[in-house]
Design a protein around this ligand. Structure first.
Ligand code: SF4
Length: 281
């Protein structure tokens, strides 16, 4: 009996030692808890910029937001926006004068010779699909909407070649109807960098922005985000030091060079220069 008891005691001691060793090993491999004193810079990087402050600065930086496509009526804007897919507004503005002088209204374009249209718009890329889209859109306007561009998102999205982004540009740019916020590649990038959204899907980005900003700002904000992304907050080399949103932006990569008002003033002057020559309705 004594021997059995001794053996049991020895086993218990060995087990105790093993448990202590195991605890030490676990303690060594367990990831350390993050320090509660995270550097301020790191905390700021995930913080969303204040929408009201962003708006204040963008209003000053881009006082007269505008579409950079030349147009004289809603139909022309619709055609120009369809042609701008995978192209630049500058390129589209080079071909649309020819398009609108050959085919001055929806009925004329709907009845055009596709090969001729393809030739005229060729330089905008994807010209076969775009020819089908602009001719199809024009035909539907004639057949269903009395040759007018409809004024509702639902009806406009029934037109061939038109989705939410195009509809938002046309409704806002041609009719002043705030149907939503235009989310193109530039607007999506700026919104993401400012942490206004966590999404990458345009409809979800649009929904987030529409929640953050009052509808009276949607049309202007659409153009402001696009223009700011196109000329300042570019994809490869954002001009953070001269960006008026610098101090508000969690994604800035350089410090601001002077006051935000001075930076906004310079952006406004640059935008004014670029706006010259654009036709509006
Ligand atoms: S600070 Fe830089 S990253 Fe932020 S919005 Fe301005 S240009 Fe874009």
């Amino acid at each position: 009996m004594k021997r059995i008891a001794k053996r049991a005691t020895r086993r218990a001691k060995v087990a105790g030692v093993m448990v202590r060793v195991a605890k030490k090993i676990v303690a060594q491999v367990k990831p350390r808890r993050k320090s509660s004193t995270t550097p301020a810079k790191k905390r700021a990087s995930s913080k969303r910029a204040d929408p009201g402050d962003i708006l204040t600065r963008l209003l000053q930086a881009i006082p007269e937001p505008h579409v950079e496509l030349a147009f004289e009526n809603p139909w022309q804007l619709l055609i120009a926006v369809i042609l701008s897919a995978q192209s630049t507004d500058r390129r589209v503005n080079q071909v649309t004068p020819d398009v609108f002088s050959r085919w001055p209204n929806p009925a004329a374009l709907a009845g055009a010779e596709p090969a001729e249209v393809e030739e005229v718009i060729k330089s905008t890329g994807f010209f076969r699909n775009k020819t089908k889209a602009i001719m199809g859109a024009s035909a539907m306007l004639v057949e269903r909407f009395g040759a007018q561009v409809p004024r509702s998102m639902r009806e406009l999205c029934e037109v061939p070649g038109v989705a939410r982004k195009t509809a938002n540009v046309v409704l806002g740019g041609a009719y002043g109807i705030a149907s939503g916020i235009v989310i193109d590649t530039h607007a999506a990038r700026v919104a993401g960098r400012l942490r206004l959204t966590k999404h990458t899907d345009p409809p979800k980005i649009e929904a987030d922005l529409c929640d953050l900003f009052a509808s009276e700002h949607w049309i202007g904000l659409s153009h402001r985000l696009v223009l700011h992304g196109r000329y300042v907050c570019t994809a490869r080399s954002p001009a953070c030091s001269s960006c008026p949103l610098n101090e508000l932006c969690p994604a800035r990569v350089a410090p601001a060079e002077d006051s935000w008002q001075e930076r906004a003033g310079r952006e406004a002057a640059e935008m004014e220069e670029r706006a010259e020559g654009f036709h509006r309705v």
